[in-house]
Design a protein around this ligand. Structure first.
Ligand SMILES: CSC[C@H]1O[C@H](OP(=O)(O)O)[C@H](O)[C@@H]1O
Ligand SMILES: Nc1ncnc2[nH]cnc12
Length: 290
């Protein structure tokens, strides 16, 4: 199987990645089920990458239905160590305007019915999520936005992504509450994705594309899926240019990330003490600790 060190997960409106050479599709199955779609590996700007459409290329999975564990496991099996997530988000703060880009550095997980760990069944791990985004990867993305010279697009470094269960958008009262607890942007997918990426020891960062003002703003239209996807489409080409520049930077020196050793401090159960079936299920995730 080809090795891809950089993973790219495309969200709503971004179902394929332009410019991947020597492209090859993998239909994988994992101990955690089947990923959202085939994974396309190849070479982007000289770097080995793997692309996956989070909701499937025909957008068939609700945020609650996305097989997050299978997605991350399959990317890990392909060799991914850096994971760039691209997501449509609503803005919870006036200065974050539709068509702006945001690199969130925190998450508030308000999801309720998703599998958010690979562990369990005789294997315990508690990874740190104090700094859920890899700052090195976020720096690379920021540099890439700068290099790409997107003059009319503003980039905001940092901010808190509030992840709701969905699929309905928020009520006005909820939207105001998320603002009051410090939310910058809102979406439905980055949790548990970011937690699972940390368990899989991948450096994770989200390039968030603002599509709307959710429903709190006194003068702006309330979000609809149509509005969000239309605005995302306007920005999809820009996002692809940013990602393709970022992978070029990453491949220059493959920077180390604290996330690459997340299980060194997080894994509580010694792999030798795990049942063989549990060891096998965790597979590539604990390979370095056997
Ligand atoms: C179609 S708008 C709502 C939808 O878009 C975002 O998904 P993604 O992060 O995959 O771009 C949001 O979280 C919702 O799933
Ligand atoms: N307002 C919003 N709420 C949740 N997810 C979103 N994705 C894009 N806009 C959103």
């Amino acid at each position: 199987m080809s090795q891809a060190r950089i993973g790219i997960i495309g969200g709503s409106g971004l179902y394929q990645m332009e410019g991947i050479e020597q492209a090859r599709g993998y239909e994988l199955t994992t101990p955690y089920g089947t990923p959202s779609d085939r994974i396309v590996t190849g070479v982007l700007h000289g770097a080995p990458v793997a692309f996956l459409a989070r909701h499937g290329r025909d957008h068939r999975y609700l945020p609650s239905e996305v097989p997050y564990r299978a997605n991350i496991y399959a990317l890990k099996a392909l060799g991914v160590r850096y994971l760039i997530s691209i997501s449509a988000v609503g803005s919870l703060q006036e200065p974050l305007r539709p068509l702006d880009m945001v690199l969130p550095d925190q998450f508030i997980d308000l999801t309720r019915r998703r599998d958010s760990t690979f562990f369990g069944n005789g294997a315990v791990a508690h990874v740190s999520m104090a700094a859920p985004v890899c700052s090195v990867l976020a720096d690379v993305l920021a540099q890439a936005v700068h290099d790409t010279g997107l003059d009319n697009i503003q980039l905001h470094r940092g901010g808190t992504y509030v992840c709701i269960e969905g699929p309905a958008f928020s009520t006005y009262a909820e939207s105001q509450w998320y603002r009051s607890i410090g939310g910058s942007v809102i979406g439905m997918t980055n949790m548990p994705e970011a937690k699972l990426a940390r368990e899989a020891e991948m450096a994770y960062a989200t390039l968030a594309l603002v599509t709307d003002y959710d429903c709190w703003h006194p003068r702006e239209a309330h979000v609809t899926a149509e509005l969000a996807i239309a605005n995302l489409m306007q920005n999809a080409a820009n996002a692809q240019r940013v990602v393709s520049q970022a992978v070029r930077w990453l491949a220059l020196d493959w920077p180390r990330s604290a996330a690459h050793d997340a299980l060194a401090a997080g894994l509580v159960t010694r792999p030798a003490a795990m049942e063989p079936a549990t060891q096998e299920r965790l597979g590539v995730l604990i390979r370095d600790y056997l």
